[in-house]
Write a protein that binds this ligand. Sequence first.
Ligand SMILES: O=C(O)C(=O)C[C@]1(C(=O)O)C=C[C@@H](O)C=C1
Length: 282
Amino acid sequence: MSDDNAGKSFIAYQGEPGAFSELACKQYAPQLTPMPCATFEDAFEAVSSGRAAKAMLPIENSLAGRVADIHHLLPGANLHIIAEYFLPVEHHLMVRPGVNMDQVKIVRSHAMALGQCRRFIRDHGLKAEMSGDTAGAARHLAEEGHDDEAVIASSLAAQHYNLDVLAANIEDEAHNTTRFLEMAREPQDADPDDGAVVTSFVFEVRNIPAALYKAMGGFATNGVNMTKLESYQLDGAFTATMFYADIEGHPAHEPVRLALEELSFFSSSLKILGVYKAARVR
Ligand SMILES: O=C(O)C(=O)C[C@]1(C(=O)O)C=C[C@@H](O)C=C1
C-alpha cells in the first residue's frame, strides 16, 4: 500500500483525544479516523506527507476572535481549504473525582477556551493558566493534577479522562461557536452553480496610503460581499502587510472574477486558498 492510501482514512487535528477539534472531525467527517497532532504544523505536515487525507483546523471563534497561529501558517502551508464547519462550543469546568468548588484555585485550558469563559473565571476568582489544548489539560489533571486545580474542556474530555463536571456551560455567551476549516492537499473547488460559495485568499500590499482602499475597490464596485478580513505584518520592519479575506461568491462568477482581477493589479501577491460551499449564509 502506498503512503497515500495509508493516510486516506485519517483526518488530522491539533490537540489530544477529547479536544473540540476532534469533536469537529467526528461531527463533520465521521467516515474518517481523527489523528491527534501536537501542533498545527504537525497537522499540516500530516496532510502534506499523505499520512492524513485532511486536516480540521480552528480559524475563528464568535467570542474569542481569530486563532492567530492559523492565519500565519495558512499562506505557506501549501494546502487548500475544501470546506468550513461551525461547531457550537460548550465548556465545562472539571476536577478530579470528589473535589468541590471551594477547593479550586487554578483553572487550566487552551488560551481560546479561557478567553471564552472570562466571566466565570473572574466571578470565581480563579487563576487562569494556559495549556496546549483543552483535552491535554484534562488528561494532565487526571494523571498528575492536584485538588486545587480545575480544567475547562468538553464533556467528551470529562468522560474520556474520568473527571467530575462541577459547572456546565460556563461559556460567556450561548452563541459560542468556533469556525473550522477542512484542508486537503488538492483543491476541491465548489460547483459555481451549487448555492452559496465562499472564496478565501491571502494578498499582500505595501504599507502606503490608500493601498488597501485601492485593493478593495473592485469588491465594492462589483457588489461582492467580504465577510472576513484579517491583517498581519510580514516582517519586523512593518513595511508590508498580508491580509487574509473571505468573500461570498465563486471566481467563475463575473463580479468575483473582476474584483479579484482588480485586486491582483493593486497587490504584490494574491493566492487563492480555497473555493468551497458556505456552511452558513452570512
Ligand atoms: O483545545 C481544544 O480543544 C481545541 O480544539 C482548540 C480550540 C481553538 O483553538 O479554538 C478549538 C475550539 C475551541 O474554540 C477551543 C479551543
